[in-house]
Ligand binder design. Structure first.
Ligand code: DC
Length: 221
């Protein structure tokens, strides 16, 4: 099952709940772009195609590990779970995600994780490019204002004080970046079910997703 959509549309929260309800594994592919962005920045590798980036990808290892009920992202042996969550790292991930070799490398890894089945993969191109044959595809959207408000609350809870206007500006820039890149831009798959989450609670969105799953699977879930 795939869940795509712009930043702040509620994908992660909903994907985690739906995965828990179905007993599926949740895979956060945005975290993978953040992880590679973090590694490239750590090593001072420029964000463009070339031998330095090729060498970095060749040597990169990225894995999700379960520790005491939390999922940790381990990049080249380092736990980067918290470090990749800042607003700045979101932009870094968006920038590096436009590079074809990075997308190629991560898409292959995502396919190998999803091929095991019983997964909820969340990202930007899961239903369009990485898993075009997924049995259920969701596309979550929300107004820029609603997404900004949610992101502000999230960052605040993590102790990052960022002005709402700056958050909305960053989201709009990320929307432009992610939708206008040449390779695998953010777009709704033709057969995806679109849900505008602006005026819905998490529980309401999860309910609609579960109904969609049941409809698509003829009541088997
Ligand atoms: O979901 P997120 O905010 O953690 O994603 C960070 C960036 O990674 C996002 O702005 C674009 C990129 N991304 C992508 O290009 N493709 C995906 N499947 C997931 C994320």
């Amino acid at each position: 099952m795939t869940i795509d959509g712009p930043s702040g549309a509620g994908k992660s929260t909903v994907a985690k709940c739906v995965a828990a309800r179905l007993g599926f594994t949740y895979i956060d592919t945005g975290a993978m772009y953040r992880g590679i962005g973090w590694l490239a920045r750590e090593r001072g590798v420029p964000f463009r195609e070339g031998p330095e980036l090729d060498a970095l990808l060749q040597d990169a290892s990225l894995a999700f590990e379960e520790h005491h009920d939390t999922t940790r992202l381990i990049v080249n042996g380092e736990d980067v779970t918290e470090r990749i969550r800042s607003a700045e790292m979101g932009m870094v991930a968006s920038d590096i995600s436009a590079i074809p070799s990075v997308r190629h490398w991560l898409s292959a890894l995502q396919r190998s994780l999803g091929e095991r089945g019983n997964t909820v993969l969340e990202g930007r191109d899961m239903g369009t490019v990485v898993f075009p044959d997924a049995d259920v595809k969701l596309f979550l959207t929300a107004s820029l204002e609603a997404r900004g408000g949610r992101r502000a609350a999230e960052l605040c809870a993590r102790g990052e004080a960022v002005a709402l206007s700056k958050i909305v500006e960053d989201l709009a820039r990320r929307d432009r970046n992610d939708s206008s890149r040449e390779i695998a831009p953010l777009r709704k798959a033709d057969d995806a079910i679109e849900i505008d989450t602006s005026a819905l609670t998490v529980a309401e969105v999860v309910d609609r997703v579960m109904q969609a799953v049941e409809r698509r699977r003829g009541g088997r879930v």
